[in-house]
Write a protein that binds this ligand. Structure first.
Ligand SMILES: [Ca+2]
Length: 108
């Protein structure tokens, strides 16, 4: 293999797989806390972080699959970020509403 072919091959690998040049480093697993408790909404939760209230900080929006009260199945929770952009913190949550009613979706 010629020198230029090796350089071209390495360049191709770095372009095709840029994440291989600096693999991500993950910390230990931990639950996101809200008001001192771990957030647990069951499975099929699909959490997203988005600035929902427009204050510049990403909030947590997550569906809840189950609840002790069956009438709350499939509702959407809004956790306002009361921390910072680099150290988010969640103190409480509310159900997201539309036209005065809690938004509710079925799983699947
Ligand atoms: Ca926000």
């Amino acid at each position: 293999m010629t020198k230029s072919l090796v350089i071209g091959f390495v360049f191709l690998i770095l372009c095709a797989f840029p994440s291989m040049a600096a693999p991500p480093v993950f910390g230990s697993i931990s639950y996101i806390q809200c008001g001192g408790d771990s957030i647990d909404v069951g499975f099929f939760s699909d959490p997203v972080f988005v600035d929902f209230d427009g204050d510049g900080l990403k909030d947590l929006i997550v569906g809840q699959y189950f609840d002790e009260n069956v009438e709350n199945y499939g509702k959407m929770r809004f956790y306002q970020n009361v921390g910072t952009s680099t150290d988010p913190s969640f103190a409480s949550w509310i159900y997201i509403q539309a036209d005065g009613s809690d938004i509710q979706c079925s799983a699947g």
